[in-house]
Design a protein around this ligand. Structure first.
Ligand SMILES: N[C@@H](Cc1c[nH]cn1)C(=O)NCC(=O)O
Length: 305
């Protein structure tokens, strides 16, 4: 299983790096935040379908006459084979993209997704010494560790703190992603219109901070902070990822996004472990208080655009 998850991580995150680089190369200066919003929206539809569909798929296979006496690992295997078809669909889309890129290159007599320049060792050194890149990485990791691990343990949190039935807790937990799927393109469009990415990064961070405060210190309906968190997360994501393209030259974008994803995932790996251990040993109040402190890092590391 660990090997499978390792390969999955390499594939998924490389895809994200390539997607971001293509998006900037094709849409820079033309509603880039909206394009990122749309991309995030589709990714979040995928996460939501995954969160809500896999258990029913597993249950219906287990109940089917063909697998009535099958051990659970076989039922799981068949469920994962079904999930594999969405990966094949993704591969088909990538092949379609390659075709359009090749066609654009042929018609425009240029490389569509790159400037034709490749990164040199000197560029790499300049990039690695760029304070702005590391600040963005800091914002990215400090913010995302308060959202992805929270959603990861959210189901049990809603059940335990708010005494919600399993199904209602599942709906509450997927609301962050459902809202993000619905709002991200619209929010991306509004960010394009205002052109103030850093302001929106700060707004998204502060709103998320408020949500964690409501979760930690009140017993008011959790739907309100969850809804606000869905919107805040969309605001942050649609404004943060395009920001890289404002200061990193096009031939270094892939490397810059690669560094950003690595830092984000290193933080997520560590904080997911810490979240589990904080919940088990100290309870949810301490965990949410920890999430409250983490986004302060992005707020304090930002300065006006
Ligand atoms: N690292 C990417 C992709 C991802 C999503 N969940 C885990 N990895 C990322 O964070 N993209 C931005 C987003 O908001 O999903």
């Amino acid at each position: 299983m660990c090997i499978g998850r390792f390969v999955f991580g390499i594939g998924g995150e490389s895809l994200a790096v390539a997607q971001n680089t293509y998006a900037v190369s094709w849409f820079k200066g033309k509603e880039l935040n909206m394009v990122f919003g749309l991309q995030l929206s589709l990714a979040r539809i995928g996460s939501t379908v995954n969160m809500n569909a896999m258990q029913p798929i597993y249950d219906s296979i287990a109940k089917s006459s063909a697998f009535a006496d099958a051990p659970s690992y076989q039922v799981l295997g068949v469920s994962l084979y079904i999930a594999m078809f969405t990966c094949l669909f993704s591969l088909a889309c990538a092949l379609g993209l390659a075709f359009f890129d090749w066609r654009a290159k042929r018609i425009l007599k240029t490389s569509a997704a790159t400037t034709g320049e490749t990164i040199t060792l000197k560029d790499m050194k300049t990039l690695l010494l760029s304070g702005k890149l590391w600040l963005i990485c800091g914002i990215c990791v400090a913010y995302y560790v308060t959202v992805f691990p929270f959603v990861g343990i959210g189901l049990v949190f809603y059940e335990m703190k708010y005494q919600m039935p399993h199904a209602t807790a599942g709906i509450a937990n997927s609301l962050v992603y459902i809202l993000s799927a619905a709002c991200s393109p619209v929010i991306g469009f509004l960010i394009d219109k205002s052109g103030k990415n850093i302001f929106w990064v700060m707004a998204g961070t502060l709103l998320t901070l408020g949500c964690h405060a409501l979760f930690a210190f009140t017993f008011a309906t959790p739907f309100l902070p969850t809804i606000i968190m869905g919107v805040a997360y969309s605001v942050l994501a649609a404004s943060l990822w395009p920001l890289v393209s404002y200061f990193v030259p096009e031939n270094q974008l892939g490397t810059a996004y690669g560094i950003m994803q690595s830092v984000q995932n290193a933080g997520l790996a560590a904080i997911s472990q810490l979240s589990g251990s904080l919940v088990d040993n100290n309870g949810y109040l301490i965990l949410i208080t920890f999430y409250l402190v983490s986004p302060l890092t992005p707020v304090s590391s930002q300065h006006p655009q």
